[in-house]
Ligand binder design. Structure first.
Ligand code: PMV
Length: 338
């Protein structure tokens, strides 16, 4: 290895952020500034692990020819998907073109689970690059920068329960992962495979063409406040009802877009009816869904078995049960390690 070569490396972990009050719609100005406030829980037990390697000069094996490099679950990615976050990190860290950034990231949860992995992915990505450079990994900075990769990633910086205000550049924590120990999210995978329309494209289309978009934006703060109050009071009824409302109103505005956006599959709808039956029988279990057909159920530990028993046969893969989990963590590899 030439003497002018310098390699530093760090590994970070992060977990998905599930919105209970949804972010849907972007404001103009900077990348991924939300038009609606969102309130979320960080999903413990589902982990993205990301290693960032910074190589200056001739970086040898750690610096593939052609510059920055991103590998997700063993597959090399088209680098342009990461150009905004890489540019933001380069600005933050004063990195010039002599430094190449290599990222290797894996999820320990099945891709088939259909969990939005971008939130965990960009939070871990950001923390790993900051740590590899020896920059302080403070969570407000991770949150602000991760947002540039994917809006919801700003919430994954923090553990427990988070809020991301309208127009805000970063999320804040409203309670940590120990606040509500028996809260559970049951992820019911309905389909495998990638989604037809990205959240970015769908949000822009909704804003530009749906006549209901303004009402969605005007209504969302009240629902988000109800979700946050329910978390503060650990009130599962209020949380479930408000989370369901936020989800349904988000999809209502999408259905008004041109052309309409419909992420749901027949199985998703079957599960929504099964959950209504469970609620009719007194089981506290409410759905929330994101930019895809998977259904996530908000419930309490003691009711997980009933949800899995009733809905498990409707899924395309094993249900995944999650509890509130921590925010990003990181460690720096010994100097010189590739
Ligand atoms: O951060 P993105 O671009 O993956 O968008 C997230 C959108 C929703 O998952 C539907 C809602 C949310 O607040 O996470």
């Amino acid at each position: 290895m030439p003497r002018d070569t310098r390699i530093t490396s760090a590994t970070a972990t992060a977990h998905p952020s599930l919105a209970l009050a949804k972010y849907w719609g972007k404001e103009a100005g900077a990348p991924n500034l939300p038009a609606t406030p969102s309130v979320a829980v960080t999903l413990g037990g589902l982990t993205t692990r990301t290693t960032a390697t910074l190589a200056t000069g001739n970086g040898g094996a750690a610096a593939p020819p052609g510059g920055d490099h991103v590998v997700l679950n063993g597959v090399t990615q088209e680098i342009h998907r990461f150009s905004e976050i890489l540019a933001a990190l380069r600005r933050e860290l004063n990195l010039d073109d002599a430094v190449t950034i290599s990222i290797t990231s894996t999820n320990d949860f099945p891709t088939a689970a259909g969990l939005a992995s971008s939130a965990a992915g960009f939070a871990a990505f950001t923390a790993a690059v900051l740590a590899a450079r020896g920059h302080p990994v403070d969570l407000p900075t991770v949150s602000r920068l991760a947002r540039i990769g994917s809006g919801s990633a700003c919430r994954s910086a923090w553990g427990g329960f988070t809020r991301w205000d309208r127009g805000a550049s970063a999320a804040v924590q409203i309670a940590d992962e120990h606040w509500w120990p028996d809260l559970r999210v049951v992820v019911l995978p309905v389909a495998t495979g990638t989604k037809a329309t990205s959240s970015r494209e769908a949000m822009n289309r909704t804003r530009d063409t749906s006549p209901y978009y303004r009402s969605w934006v005007d209504d969302a703060p009240g629902v988000a406040a109800s979700v946050e109050a329910a978390i503060r009071h650990r009130d599962i009824e209020q949380l479930g009802e408000a989370a369901r409302l936020s989800c349904m109103r988000m999809f209502a505005t999408m259905l008004g877009a041109v052309p309409p956006i419909l992420y749901w599959l027949p199985r998703s709808v079957e599960i929504l009816h099964a959950l209504q039956e469970l609620r009719n029988q007194g089981v506290p279990a409410w759905e929330t869904m994101d930019a895809g057909p998977q259904v996530k159920v908000v419930t309490l530990q003691e009711h997980v078995a009933a949800v899995v028993h009733r809905c498990g046969e409707l899924t395309a893969a094993e249900p995944v049960v999650s509890a509130p989990g921590p925010g990003v963590s990181w460690s720096v590899e010994p100097p010189g390690a590739p």
